[in-house]
Design a protein around this ligand. Structure first.
Ligand code: NDP
Length: 241
């Protein structure tokens, strides 16, 4: 049994990653962290009884993390993989951004990654094995205007991962970040056709990525074959530099 916890499990990338683990690894038990929306995650769990379960997990709440990880450990006796995937962006120019918008984005993307890593790292050290994969964004290294909050949060996620990777390297734990570019999910729902066309023109491959393409990379980083990869930041973006 390989125990895998994916936050934001009802979102586009979370569902794709959950499906990928369930399809590729018959030994995987996938725990999907959900918050207010859960219908799609419930459907995936119903299709894989026993192998896929839901957890109520608001990633900004440290107490919720403790409860969720305790539930995984109670059931499986271990936690092998954490994918810190839940996130959101609320774009706007800094000149008019209110402090609440800044804080919400930092809290959901960066503070939550800290809380998640903090909740699993001691159990992973005890079992002397763990894979932590943090979903950052291309915005961490190539920020578009209007994303001071999101870019700062995701750059922080990458820096957190690099630092933690060093701290746990001798405990059998790897920590890596994934930096998706434009990926076809609900997160792109706010773009009209003209904005999508312009965005595609900035991508050498001239297309958006798919959630399955991100899921495949995450699955590899979680695998035994990726044992020597840690502290890395993997761009998945069709070749943007
Ligand atoms: P979605 O909007 O489809 O999913 C985001 C998920 O995060 C939802 O399940 C949402 O739950 C959850 N979430 C938000 N806030 C919280 C919270 N406080 N506690 C628990 N869950 C929360 O987006 P994607 O699947 O595309 O995004 C997944 C990750 O990938 C994010 O970190 C995003 O920043 C990153 N990313 C995505 C890109 C893209 O092009 N799609 C590009 C670069 C990075 P709920 O529905 O209940 O609000």
């Amino acid at each position: 049994m390989r125990s895998i916890l994916i936050t934001g499990g009802n979102g586009g990338l979370g569902l794709a990653m959950g499906s990928h683990f369930l399809e590729q690894d018959p030994q995987a038990r996938v725990w999907l962290g959900v918050r207010k929306n859960r219908a799609a995650a419930e459907a995936l769990a119903a299709a894989h009884p026993e192998r896929c379960r839901l957890l109520d997990l608001d990633v900004t709440d440290p107490a919720a993390w403790e409860t969720a990880v305790a539930a995984v450990l109670d059931a499986d006796g271990r936690i092998d993989v954490l994918v810190n995937n839940a996130g959101l962006h609320q774009d706007g120019l800094l000149a008019t951004m209110d402090a609440a918008t800044w804080s919400r984005v930092i809290s959901t993307n960066l503070d939550a990654t800290f809380h998640g890593c903090r909740a699993v790292v001691v159990p992973m050290m005890r079992q002397r094995f763990g894979r932590i994969i943090n979903i950052a964004s291309l915005s961490a290294i190539l920020p578009p205007l209007g994303q001071t909050n999101y870019a700062a949060a995701k750059a922080g996620v990458v820096a957190l991962g690099r630092t933690l990777a060093k701290e746990v390297a001798r405990s059998g734990i790897t920590v890596n970040s994934v930096l998706p570019g434009y990926i076809e999910t609900e997160a792109l729902g706010g773009m009209d056709e003209e904005a999508r066309k312009q965005a595609r023109m900035t991508i050498p491959m001239r297309r958006f990525g798919t959630a399955d393409e991100v899921a495949a990379a995450v699955y590899f980083l979680a695998s035994p074959q990726a044992a020597y990869i840690t502290g890395s930041a993997l761009k998945i973006d069709g070749g943007v530099f």
